[in-house]
Each structure stands twice: as structure tokens, then as C-alpha cells.
Design a protein around this ligand. Structure first.
Ligand SMILES: O=C(O)CCC(=O)C(=O)O
Length: 208
């Protein structure tokens, strides 16, 4: 479903099996040798997610990408798995983003517990070239439903509320690449029981 020019919501895009595999991979990464952590951002506020960046690290203090987590423990960002790159490319293709070559080279993996949320913001720390070309952000949601907020190019623009359910994909590129977006809340207990997951993983793939 096209939400706005360049923004697409694919409901239940991933099969339960694919979701189950992703849950296992997300858990192994988030609790692995370079574990997910709660970033403290510029201004001193704690984010309301546990975050792990793959491919490149997004530093919440400088709002810039870097190879290792200089805002936390100096550990290098783990590589982005090849099958995740393929997944992101396939979703971008499904959105018809064929005119814009999309090769994800980083993913921000966020885990939201029942109190998880993310204030509205623009994803604008990728390279000028990527932003100018409208190279999309591909988002995959697994687990509990999120109340996703999707606004316009200005903070004061009206905001649409969209539930992002387990297995949903959301793509925003082209003229929608810099739209404000965020997560106002998680709806606990809505994950498919087969996943045995409390909370929500969200993967946003980007091309630096
Ligand atoms: O969790 C979501 O659906 C959105 C995540 C997000 O906005 C981000 O990682 O920049």
C-alpha cells in the first residue's frame, strides 16, 4: 500500500518462518559479543530502546556514523549479514525502487520493551549523496505491534498513525526519504505467540 509518494507499507510481508529466523538472529546479535545497549543522546537523554548498529555505528552523541562505538564501549560495529542485505534489497524492489540502486550497508536494530518508544525525527545522518538520491530506508518489524508515526518533511506537518505489526515492512525513499517518523508506543502481548517474543525488534536498513 502506498502511503505517500515513495512510502510503502507491506503488511505481513514476512512469513512466520522468516520472522522466527529473524528473531533468533536478532537475539543472538543483541546478546552477542557486541551487545545492544541503551544509547544516551546529545543533551543527556536515554533512548527508550536497546540499539545495535550493524555495518556502521550511529553515534547518538554526535549524530554521525563511525566504525566503532566511541560513545559507549569502543567495540566495532558487527558486520551486516548478507542474508539481511538481500532481504532489504528484495523489499526495496517490491516497493518499485528499481530506479534507485539500493545496497544496504548498515542496519540499526532496535529492541522495544513494553515501554519502548522513539520520538519523531528525520533519518538524515546518511551521506549527502544517499539522501539527495532518495535512497530508501527499509524497515522490518517483528514482535509486538508498534504505533508508528509518519509525518511530513516539516516537524509541524500532520502525522499519520500506522500500526506496524509483526512481519510488516515499511519503505520510505524518494520524496519521502526525509519525512519525520517515530514510534509513540508498543502494544504489549500482540506478537504472534509462535515467536515466543515479548516486545519488538525493528530493523532499519540504510545505505550510507
Ligand atoms: O521502530 C521503528 O519502526 C522506527 C525506527 C526508527 O525510526 C529509526 O530507527 O530511526
Amino acid at each position: 500500500m502506498e502511503i505517500a509518494p515513495g512510502a510503502f507499507h507491506f503488511k505481513r510481508h514476512l512469513s512466520l518462518d522468516a520472522q522466527r529466523t529473524l528473531v533468533a538472529e536478532c537475539r543472538a546479535l543483541a546478546d552477542g559479543p557486541v551487545p545492544a545497549y541503551v544509547p544516551i543522546v546529545r543533551g543527556g537523554g536515554r533512548m527508550h530502546v536497546r540499539m545495535l548498529c550493524l555495518g556502521r555505528h550511529w553515534n547518538g552523541k554526535t549524530y554521525a556514523y563511525e566504525p566503532a562505538r566511541s560513545d559507549f564501549d569502543d567495540l566495532p560495529a558487527p558486520p551486516l549479514p548478507d542474508d539481511w542485505k538481500t532481504l532489504a534489497r528484495d523489499v526495496a524492489r517490491a516497493a518499485g525502487m528499481t530506479g534507485i540502486a539500493f545496497e544496504a550497508d548498515l542496519c540499526i536494530l532496535n529492541y522495544y520493551d513494553a515501554d519502548g518508544r522513539m520520538g519523531t525525527h528525520q533519518d538524515k545522518d546518511e551521506s549527502e549523496r544517499s539522501l539527495a538520491a532518495g535512497v530508501p530506508v527499509v524497515s522490518i518489524s517483528i514482535g509486538d505491534t508498534a504505533q508508528f508515526l509518519f509525518g511530513g518533511l516539516r516537524r509541524r506537518d500532520p502525522v499519520e498513525k500506522l500500526p506496524l505489526e509483526s512481519g510488516d515492512a515499511f519503505v520510505f525513499g524518494g520524496p519521502s526519504r526525509l519525512r519525520f517518523h517515530g514510534v509513540s508506543r508498543i502494544i504489549p502481548g500482540t506478537a504472534p505467540p509462535e515467536l515466543e517474543l515479548t516486545g519488538r525488534f525493528n530493523l532499519t536498513f540504510r545505505q550510507y
